[in-house]
Design a protein around this ligand. Structure first.
Ligand SMILES: Cc1cc2nc3c(=O)[nH]c(=O)nc-3n(C[C@H](O)[C@H](O)[C@H](O)COP(=O)(O)OP(=O)(O)OC[C@H]3O[C@@H](n4cnc5c(N)ncnc54)[C@H](O)[C@@H]3O)c2cc1C
Length: 240
């Protein structure tokens, strides 16, 4: 399994594997696997664009065996529910990644705003954006986009907390927040110019860190696909 977050630091990992190769993905179940189990090895760590403090490992499973009680959920194979049931995990985890994007975006906005103020261009919410310094007008546009992702994330997380079906909302929050944080952090580098690009500030790091939030736990394109399926009432076979 390639690209395993925390793969070299974790004591245990959750592995999704099929109980029946003939049934394939409809028989996928989750297992808690101790990293010191026989047959489990970390092959290598990836070198990557951002989130360098987070280890990303390649883990090999070679005849690894785990006790039956390490199976999460029931052992029964339900072909009808199948893979769709496993995918529901993402209804809980996508709002969390969206929340990471909201936090990172907020940090970049705060640094950018302080820089604008220091440069003599404070943000004025009582005047139209177009009547203010161009960099402030851009800041206001970024902040409103950020606020939209924040609201979508709160809604998706609230629905998850309250056990309401939230697949579409989880994907909406992830799509909006992932795209917004990528644009926002790169714009912050642009607006802060040489200071933004320099390693003396965190803006350049955040611009590199943000991209993964639009990729893992499902890419931008996949979120849009899920949202379209939900809105149009199409199955995964209808809309690929
Ligand atoms: C740093 C990092 C950490 C990760 N950590 C984990 C982890 O802990 N556990 C784990 O299981 N995974 C992890 N991943 C994997 C991650 O979830 C996947 O890389 C991601 O979901 C994209 O899948 P893929 O790599 O198979 O891309 P692909 O499916 O090969 O996609 C490549 C491109 O094609 C696009 N694409 C694919 N299908 C369609 C379609 N039908 N329509 C339109 N566009 C499409 C995608 O959006 C993407 O832009 C991690 C990845 C990274 C980079």
């Amino acid at each position: 399994k390639i690209f395993v977050t925390c793969g070299s630091r974790a004591d245990h990992v959750v592995v999704w594997a099929t109980l029946d190769k003939a049934v394939g993905r409809a028989a996928i179940k989750r297992f808690v696997v101790p990293m010191n189990a026989d047959g489990v090895t970390v092959v290598r760590l990836e070198h990557k664009l951002g989130i360098k403090a987070s280890d990303t490992a390649v883990v090999r499973f070679d005849n690894a065996r785990v006790p039956a009680e390490n199976l999460l959920g029931t052992p029964e194979i339900n072909v009808k529910k199948g893979f769709g049931g496993v995918m529901q995990t993402f209804d809980n985890t996508r709002p969390l990644v969206a929340a990471m994007a909201v936090g990172l975006g907020r940090a970049a906005l705060e640094v950018l705003r302080a820089m604008l103020e220091e440069a003599g261009h404070p943000v004025d919410y009582d005047r139209p954006a177009a009547a203010q310094h161009a960099a402030v007008a851009e800041y206001l546009r970024l902040e409103s986009d950020w606020e939209a992702s924040w609201m979508l994330t709160l809604r998706a997380a609230w629905m998850a907390d309250n056990k309401l079906p939230n697949s579409a909302e989880a994907s909406m929050s992830k799509a909006k927040a992932g795209r917004t944080v990528t644009e926002l952090t790169n714009k912050a580098v642009e607006l802060a110019a040489t200071v933004g690009y320099s390693e003396t500030q965190l803006l350049e790091k955040w611009a590199r860190d943000s991209k993964i939030l639009d990729i893992f736990e499902g890419t931008q394109q996949i979120q849009q696909l899920i949202i379209a399926r939900r809105i149009l009432g199409k199955s995964s076979a209808d809309l690929k």
